[in-house]
Ligand binder design. Structure first.
Ligand code: NAD
Length: 345
């Protein structure tokens, strides 16, 4: 039977821990804020070492979702769920059903979506127990394409600012990771005339990017420091760190990966010192979240979705203008805008 424990955490609206010995469920849902609307965030299933590690992750991820929704102007809050366990071995239908009961217990304060270890078919199972989900297999499809479009729009805005051009034609973009987001991004940039350098630990994917888009392939350990106009991290978090910053040979970092800066404040400042423009990742990569909201919650169409995603570029301009005026980093300015929006709600 499902047991639910509520834990009070300062700065968060709710933290619930669900356990079910019969199905093996051990999950935590964090609702950071519903000031702007119901909290929406993916379910991550991962082999966390213990509950404390999972709790730290869900708290960090849920507050990042609040920022992403707020900076994107979405009437959504930030939430996240983590399930402790190996998705390949432990993700049974019974476990998913008890997770659905846990989501339902929050009565709409949290809306579940996909994340690592959790796909649209898992959402289909949750749907047997709760209506509070987005991203089922029959719904809005691959969010990676919308995330990539948001990144592409931001690269165009940054190119206009740095290279005084109204297109990315002839601009060299180095993409780390050509999975879902990175490959769509490569395709969009190729169509717009950019030159591409790519790396991925999966050689089949780099070969695909080389064959389809004429991309130059470099080794995964070289891509971050390869010479380019714009570096687009689309694989891992923490790639901008003390070990890599001095070696960067780019004018800007604009990518789809979450948490690109290992230390948000220190590394944003270190990039500014080197005069490398950094576009805050949670703004740049909000296209997937926007897609879920526009197509599934608002039931609007592709035209409205495209307008919303173009809006990411306008917000980035606002952030970069304010950063230039005040001498603050874009990360600091984005955090201020996020806070203003949440507080005024
Ligand atoms: P993905 O798993 O489809 O692609 C990631 C790719 O990175 C894979 O091909 C993998 O082989 C490659 N990779 C891993 N380690 C690497 C390394 N050291 N060097 C080079 N390549 C490496 O994931 P995705 O959905 O494309 O997401 C990519 C990033 O964007 C993640 O950080 C994710 O959290 C973030 N993100 C994705 C979305 C989305 O809509 N999919 C939305 C927001 C943020």
């Amino acid at each position: 039977m499902l047991s639910i424990e509520q834990v009070r955490i300062e700065g968060y609206e709710q933290l619930v821990i669900g356990r079910d010995d019969t199905t093996g469920l051990h999950a935590i849902i964090a609702v950071h804020s519903t000031a702007l609307g119901p909290s929406l965030g993916g379910v991550r299933m991962w082999t966390y070492g213990d509950e404390a590690e999972a709790r730290t992750d869900v708290l960090r991820l849920s507050s990042a979702m609040s920022s992403k929704a707020a900076i994107s102007g979405l009437p959504l809050g930030g939430g996240k769920a983590v399930v402790i366990g190996d998705p390949r071995r432990q993700k049974t239908r019974e476990l998913l059903l008890s997770l659905g009961d846990l989501v339902e217990s929050l009565d709409g304060a949290y809306i579940a979506a996909e994340d690592s270890g959790f796909n649209c078919r898992d959402i289909d199972v949750l749907a047997d127990r709760t209506d509070h989900f987005v991203g089922a297999s029959t719904d809005s499809g691959d969010p990676g394409i919308s995330t990539a479009l948001g990144v592409c729009v931001c690269i165009e805005r940054v190119a206009a600012r740095l290279f005084d051009t109204d297109s990315v034609e002839g601009i060299t973009v180095a993409i780390q990771g050509v999975g879902s987001v990175g490959l769509h991004l490569a395709s969009m940039l190729h169509e717009r005339g950019a030159k591409l350098i790519v790396a991925d630990v999966d050689e089949v994917l780099t070969q695909k990017a080389a064959d389809r888009f004429g991309a130059t392939v470099v080794a995964p350990d070289r891509i971050i420091t390869t010479e380019c106009d714009v570096l687009a991290p689309c694989a891992l978090g923490g790639v901008i760190n003390d070990q890599t910053i001095d070696g960067l040979k780019t004018r800007a970092v604009v990518g789809g990966a979450n948490n690109q800066l290992l230390d948000e404040t220190a590394h944003a400042e270190a990039l500014a010192v080197r005069d490398i423009l950094y576009a805050p990742d949670y703004l740049v990569n909000a296209g997937g979240l926007i897609r879920l909201y526009v197509l599934e919650k608002q039931k609007e169409g592709e035209a409205e979705l495209a307008d919303w995603i173009t809006g990411i570029g306008r917000t980035l301009d606002e952030v970069l203008d304010r950063a230039a005026e005040t001498g603050q980093t874009p990360v600091k300015v984005a955090a201020q805008i996020t806070e203003e929006r949440i507080c005024s709600a």
